[in-house]
Design a protein around this ligand. Structure first.
Ligand SMILES: [Cu+2]
Length: 185
């Protein structure tokens, strides 16, 4: 009886020793973010917030923002609160795609790094880019000569068509005359 209990306890201890191996291998990872991964935001964000599964160590938390040209965007240092890390963006972001790269430490001390992209697409910012003055000067000055040459281009084909029509009538008339003359002769 005692040996059976000892065997059962031994088996239980072995199981308990093996089980913790699984959670220990589970590393820290990004749970959610603002702006979200692959998000297309209509207004430029002033900060980036990353929510992780495990608590962050402020000493070993790095969050870097870079633009489409891989240039680092000026931000403040990561502010860590529990499992959340936030960086404040120093300057207003122009429209474009940005990459958020992070490096944090897991509960077991192992580092975890990753990155994701988001896009800033402010409709009011993109509307400012085409220059309206160029269109105004274009329609003001050289518009009338362009319009004249345009109507001139339209002219010749109609003239040719009229000439062609006249020619067809002339040929038909001549043929008719020849036919009548042959009939009468
Ligand atoms: Cu690990």
């Amino acid at each position: 009886m005692r040996t059976r209990i000892t065997a059962a306890l031994a088996a239980l201890l072995t199981a308990l020793l093996l089980v913790p191996a699984t959670p220990a291998s589970a590393h820290n990872s990004l749970r959610s973010a603002t702006p979200a991964q692959d998000a297309r935001v209509p207004t430029a964000p002033t900060s980036v917030t990353l929510h992780f599964l495990q608590r962050l160590d402020p000493q070993f938390t790095t969050i870097v923002l870079s633009d489409a040209g891989r240039r680092k965007v000026p931000t403040g240092p990561p502010a860590v609160d529990g499992a959340t890390g936030t960086i404040a963006i120093d300057q207003p972001l122009a429209n474009g795609t940005y990459t958020v790269a992070y490096r944090v430490v897991s509960a077991d001390g192992h580092p975890v790094q990753g990155s994701y992209r988001f896009t800033v697409a402010d409709p009011s910012a993109s509307a400012a880019s085409p220059p309206p003055p160029a269109t105004v000067t274009g329609s003001g000055g050289p518009a009338s000569p362009v319009a004249n040459s345009g109507s001139g281009d339209d002219g010749p084909p109609s003239v040719l068509l009229a000439a062609g029509g006249v020619a067809v009538v002339a040929v038909a008339g001549a043929a008719l005359l020849l036919f009548r003359r042959r009939r009468s002769s």
